[in-house]
Design a protein around this ligand. Structure first.
Ligand SMILES: [Zn+2]
Length: 101
């Protein structure tokens, strides 16, 4: 899971072995394009250098958290924090949002 994002460094704690590592959210390698075939943007995928466990972040959640109910109790606090980071990440790497930075 993502534990922090700073200066385009995405800090991840491996869900499998708890190893802490960083992924650089930089162009061109990490730019996520729209896939006509699926009608979605590509996922952001990170891989633990120790155990090879992959984590996938969906770049297709609503960009504004006002677009979905918050504090409804439907999702955990941990999940809310993850979604906050994922939105931040979307603004760093999604091709349609990059220019807005
Ligand atoms: Zn790991």
């Amino acid at each position: 899971m993502i534990v922090g994002i700073k200066n385009r460094n995405v800090d991840v704690e491996c869900d499998s072995c708890k190893h802490l590592y960083s992924d650089k959210a930089e162009a061109p390698g990490q730019v996520k394009k729209y896939l006509e075939e699926f009608g979605e943007y590509e996922n952001y995928i990170v891989k633990c250098p120790v155990c090879d466990y992959q984590e996938t972040y969906n770049m297709n959640i609503p960009i504004n958290d006002t677009d979905e109910p918050i504090a409804t109790g439907d999702i955990s606090e941990r999940e809310e924090v993850q979604r906050y980071y994922v939105r931040y990440l979307m603004r760093l790497v999604r091709e349609d949002l990059i220019s807005a930075n």
